[in-house]
Design a protein around this ligand. Structure first.
Ligand code: ADP
Ligand code: ZN
Ligand code: ZN
Length: 748
């Protein structure tokens, strides 16, 4: 056997300059306990300050002079150690997404610190009833009121919850102490897990699956039994029974002694959804989301590790719950941008789940009403197995969708934000006491500029995305940095109505109140949902019909069922259509499809009105027809033409520094290195764009520059990453910090 003499340790400092391992001697006394993954305390740096770190490798080979090598000081008591699987995941994240090892390790540890177990204390009587009664008589005689109350309670119950005694009975701790020392009572302590969900699950519910649904379950489970681990994509409109399929798949997997992870975007993790899982799996399911306390998170992971639960539900971070025998990962609403992390490592849950599934021999099931282009193109290539659910099982017919041309409204003298058609329908619904949802699909970036007369949108001539309005009357492209002066007249039709689009939900609420004075209006946006619980409050008050109109941003179109809603108005589809980022056509199609699914969930047929300046744009016309297939073809054509993902891969390299000059020079030099590499390797199918100022060019006095690289082959992007990293390591005087984002979902 090899001797475990040395440990390679990653230091817990998030800086790329210490992003490597340091070798330490393992002291004799720790040889048994220090393992790969163990978190340790080590002396670090010139001052030998004690720092925390993780052991990532153990060897019997000294990498340098043993005399100079420092020793591990101790195990770290506070920190949780990553398992071997977690370490592999961390390496995957580091290499695939270009982050530091320590940031990757922190990501795969769902809890960073051990949290003390919660305890329940019970007071137990240690004397007979008779003895207690005589003590009680004595205490009454002595007018000891507290003690009297306590003893009286003990004559009736042998055991009392500690909290009841100190709380409701109001007994002082000193009284309890003295009774313990007189051996009248004892206190028993029992530790238990914090349970984040208190649901009365009630009766188990199971539907007989339709043939379409059953066929999916049969195929996937047959593969499971044959130990074929694949990725499946279920394409089915809202209400077509996807969740019911997930429930059956998970149940079958659990029956086979395996565990499951169910990912749901946080915003769609509603009470109703959770309840369906609890009805099926009872105590064997738990949830992990951002509202949990650290203790609650820790306990859920402990329960998972010990095999006390079979299913965990949560957003992307739930991927890292340590299940020993993981058998299946389900990702619902697979297309949601929230599956991509916006902090380092910028991992995508779908790709990470694929890696995890292959590591653990698990199946991966993706589902969506509007699959991402990434997932659908892979299904088309046969890399994923595709299933389609075609029928809506809820009853309720698909809504009628109409598209209203706002250019025409203007031409015919209507300058209000409501088209005449939408106004008429709102009045009609108000008079019939039915409910209305009004949707403002804005994502909160700097605005675009468009012509109200002809619909022209100012775009970058090189990147075919909208230019963003910046201070000083400039229009800027967020990919390549192209700039132009904001025009005073429309370059196409000469109209003076060329403007930035700025209306916010607050102004629209005012206009609704003015135009429809009798109507009850609720508004849901980032402002009105800041307080904890306010999101649910607004939804439940609308569900309780306390208002006629619900106005809101994307939050209102995610999977809530309001049977009384028979009208959905999309106020300006252009708001998401003209984001300065290449995903905007796809996002708009997804949002409009979702919005159309909101109206007419009850018995009455619903209507949807989409207002826009670009009524002929395929994202709008095809969403109105609910034609995903045709949309996919159109959008894929655009991505191929422009070389955007998934046709090609994109890497954003972000340079940040307090010194503007240093960030810029590091970015420029990197750009030169990457272009040189491209030329020397004689390749012309990729491109390096920039550097340019980031869309948000300064945050907290930190300057930001960005380079974009496009390549057909992901591996080539990894070479760019390495070249950049090597350059950075050999540049001691420069303070710039470098971050990578592969196939970014947001612009920089
Ligand atoms: P999705 O996840 O695709 O939106 P769900 O699984 O939530 O679809 O199903 C939509 C509705 O149809 C739910 O109310 C569900 O209870 C019901 N449902 C699903 N499958 C069946 C079935 N096989 N028989 C009857 N009702 C079903
Ligand atoms: Zn015009
Ligand atoms: Zn551009």
């Amino acid at each position: 056997m090899k001797e475990k003499k040395y440990a390679d340790v990653i230091i817990d400092i998030s800086h790329e300059k210490v992003d490597r391992t340091f070798q330490y001697k393992i002291p004799e006394a720790l040889r048994e306990t220090v393992l790969v993954g163990t978190s340790v305390m080590v002396p670090f740096g010139r001052g030998n300050r004690l720092s925390a770190g993780y052991v990532v490798e153990i060897t019997d080979q000294a990498e340098f002079d043993e005399e100079k090598m420092k020793e591990i000081y101790s195990l770290s008591k506070q920190k949780v150690s990553p398992s071997e699987d977690a370490l592999k995941l961390a390496v995957f994240l580091k290499e695939t997404y270009g982050s530091t090892m320590i940031a990757a390790l922190k990501t795969v540890l769902p809890v960073k610190r051990e949290v003390k177990a919660k305890e329940k204390k019970t007071i137990v009587r240690q004397m007979t009833g008779e003895e207690i009664r005589s003590l009680l008589a004595e205490s009454i005689r002595k007018h000891q009121t507290g003690k009297t109350r306590f003893l009286a309670a003990l004559t009736e119950e042998k055991k009392l919850p500690y909290e009841l005694v100190t709380g409701k009975l109001h007994i002082a701790p000193s009284t309890i102490k003295s009774l313990i020392s007189q051996q009248v009572i004892t206190v028993e302590t029992e530790s238990y897990y914090r349970n984040p969900v208190r649901l009365e699950a009630g009766r188990r519910e199971e539907k007989k699956l339709s043939n379409e649904q059953q066929a999916i379950v049969d195929t996937v489970i047959a593969d499971r039994d044959a130990e074929i681990c694949k990725t499946y994509l279920i394409h089915g409109i809202t209400g077509s029974g996807k969740t019911e399929v997930y429930l059956s798949l998970i149940e079958e997997t659990v029956k086979r002694g395996r565990q499951c992870i169910m990912l749901i975007p946080e915003i769609a993790l509603t009470y109703q959804t959770l309840l369906r899982f609890y009805k099926r799996f009872g105590d064997r399911v738990s949830v992990l989301n951002s509202s949990l306390s650290e203790g609650e998170r820790y306990d859920q992971c402990e329960r998972a590790r010990k095999g006390e639960i079979d299913v965990i539900i949560g957003p992307r971070s739930a991927l890292f719950v340590p299940f020993e025998k993981l058998g299946m990962i389900v990702i619902d609403e697979e297309h949601e941008p929230s599956y991509k992390s916006e902090t380092m490592p910028r991992y995508h849950a779908r790709e990470t789940a694929e890696y995890l599934a292959s590591l653990k021999g698990a199946s991966l099931v993706l589902g969506s009403a509007t699959p991402s282009l990434e997932a659908y193109s892979r299904a088309k290539k046969g890399e994923y197995e595709l299933f389609t659910l075609t029928r809506r099982l809820t009853g309720g017919r698909l809504a009628d969708v109409s598209v209203v041309d706002l250019r025409k409204e203007l031409k015919e003298g209507n300058r209000s934000i409501f088209s005449r058609k939408l106004q008429e329908l709102i009045e009609d619904r108000l008079s019939r006491k039915e409910q209305i949802m009004l949707f403002l699909n804005r994502r909160g970036y700097a605005g675009f500029v468009s012509c109200r007369s002809c619909g022209l949108v100012m775009k970058c001539p090189h990147c075919d995305v909208s230019l963003s309005q910046h201070r000083g009357g400039k229009l800027v492209c967020h990919y390549c940095g192209y700039e132009m002066q904001e025009p005073k007249k429309c370059p196409s039709c000469g109209s003076p109505y060329i403007l930035g689009f700025k209306a916010g939900t607050q102004q629209i609420e005012d206009q609704i109140r003015k135009r429809f004075p009798g109507a009850g209006v609720l508004r849901m946006d980032a402002d009105t949902t800041r307080r904890k619980g306010s999101y649910e409050e607004i939804l439940s008050s609308f569900a309780g019909e306390e208002a006629d109109i619900l106005l809101g941003t994307q939050m209102i179109v995610k999977g809530h069922d309001f049977p009384k809603v028979t009208l959905m108005g999309v106020l300006a589809a252009d708001l998401s259509l003209n984001d300065s980022d290449y995903h905007c056509g796809e996002r708009t199609f997804q949002l409009l499809t979702q919005a159309a699914g909101r109206a007419g969930r009850g018995v009455r047929k619903g209507e949807v009105v989409i207002q826009t300046y670009q009524p002929d744009h395929y994202s709008i016309t095809l969403a109105a027809n609910q034609d995903y297939e045709a949309f996919y073809e159109e959008e894929m054509g655009y991505r191929e033409l422009m070389g955007y993902p998934p046709a090609e891969h994109l890497l954003a390299i972000l340079f940040t520094s307090k010194e503007e000059g240093q960030a810029l020079s590091a970015a420029e030099e990197t750009g030169r290195i990457l272009r040189n590499y491209q030329e020397e390797s004689g390749r012309s199918d990729g491109s390096v764009i920039g550097p340019s100022k980031a869309a948000v060019s300064k945050i907290n006095d930190i300057y930001r520059f960005v380079i974009y690289c496009k390549e057909k082959d992901y591996q080539k992007l990894l070479i760019y990453k390495e070249l950049t990293e090597n350059y950075r390591k050999n540049l001691p005087g420069n303070s710039a910090f470098v971050q990578f984002d592969f196939d970014p979902v947001n612009i920089y």
